[in-house]
Design a binder for this molecule. Structure first.
Ligand code: SPD
Length: 364
């Protein structure tokens, strides 16, 4: 609901209270108890999602089919989403955090329980994506898309194929690389390169990753907030640490762009569509979740975004090239070198301090 309509509603309510206080009361006649009529939800849905993470024609189709108007806005990182939700009341119904961010927001009681009876297409979800550790029983969220974090590059500029993190730090590419302005992602790349767990809580290892980034400040042209693909597409950088689908999206326009899953290992992640505890339009939110889980709709979303779908009923409707693409759906062997982010608990502060140190010493 818009703030202005809320204000008008509050003023009307205040007026009714004032008027009834001034009118002399007749002796109340006992009335039979009646149940309060349920208040109908307004035909609105407020979605807050990552940048470049929606096929907007699907939003229009949903609006037309259900007569519900969608207000859609975007953010650039899990940290931005978390900050907004922790800062105070919001009007959003649905948000799209990644795995570890779900855990953080759940511990802050930010989510509302789903009524699965309203989401019959829940059965279309691949069981491998159900019941994740960060949301046992899928109480609050459904899986949205999944993918990997890897290296996007322009082969014309690099002059050779890249295989892993060590290639990124070839002196020939100094100053031509973008990293992500998402602390866990940028640290994970370096922790893996140094042979540590990307979920380490060991202060020595976290500091080693920070020292590495500081001592390679001249390699990293910028820490991009989920926009590394744009920098790569425009030639501002030749190599970008980025999310798989964002790089696959720009390949369509430039055949020189490549995406590699680093041989030393990398991050695999699953983003979730979650209902907020304060959602003003819970029923509409559940209708939208059910809509996205329809086989054709789920496939249309992944065909557009070029991220992998957790909707197994959607698989037959995917573009064949994507369904069989090892960069989008990596083999079991490649997946065995991938890690999901874990909530690192109190060590989150160590990452935050180390990140602030890196940001204060970056070479931009
Ligand atoms: N532009 C959309 C990017 C969505 C990436 N989500 C994954 C984040 C993993 N930390």
């Amino acid at each position: 609901m818009k703030k202005s309509s809320r204000l008008v509603r509050s003023l009307l309510l205040a007026l009714v209270v004032l008027v009834s206080a001034c009118v002399p009361r007749a002796t109340p006649t006992p009335q039979p108890a009646t149940e309060a009529a349920p208040v109908a939800e307004e035909n609105v849905l407020n979605i807050y999602n990552w940048d470049d993470y929606m096929d907007e024609t699907l939003l229009t189709d949903f609006e037309e089919e259900y007569g519900i108007t969608i207000n859609y806005s975007t953010y650039l990182s899990n940290e931005e989403l978390i900050d907004v939700l922790l800062a105070g009341p919001v009007e959003y119904d649905l948000v799209v955090p990644s795995d570890y961010a779900v855990a953080i927001l759940r511990s802050e009681s930010k989510f509302g329980s789903l009524d699965k009876a309203n989401i019959p297409n829940f059965d279309n979800i691949d069981p491998a994506f159900l019941n994740p550790v960060y949301d046992p029983g899928n109480r609050y969220c459904i899986p949205y898309q999944w993918g990997t974090t890897g290296i996007g590059y322009n082969i014309k500029a690099t002059g050779r194929e890249l295989k892993g993190w060590s290639d990124v730090f070839d002196p020939a590419f100094a100053g031509r690389v973008s990293f992500l302005e998402e602390p866990r992602e940028s640290f994970a790349a370096i922790l893996l390169y140094l042979g540590y767990s990307p979920n380490t809580t060991n202060p020595i290892e976290i500091n080693a990753a920070a020292e590495f980034l500081k001592s390679h400040a001249d390699f990293i042209a910028t820490y991009a907030p989920d926009t590394g693909q744009d920098l790569l597409a425009s030639g501002e950088v030749d190599i970008a640490l980025e999310y798989s689908g964002d790089i696959f999206q720009i390949m369509a326009e430039n055949p020189d762009i490549r995406y590699v899953i680093p041989q030393e290992g990398t991050m695999i992640w699953s983003d979730s569509l979650c209902l907020l505890a304060t959602a003003p339009h819970k029923e509409n939110a559940e209708k939208f979740m059910n809509y996205l889980l329809e086989p054709e709709v789920g496939a249309a979303l992944s065909n557009y975004l070029r991220y992998a779908t957790p909707n197994q009923a959607a698989l037959p409707f995917l573009n064949e090239e994507d369904r069989n693409h090892p960069g989008l759906y990596p083999s079991e062997e490649v997946r065995s070198r991938m890690f999901f982010f874990a909530d690192v608990g109190a060590a989150g502060q160590l990452y935050e301090d180390a990140w602030n140190d890196v940001m204060a010493n970056r070479g931009q």
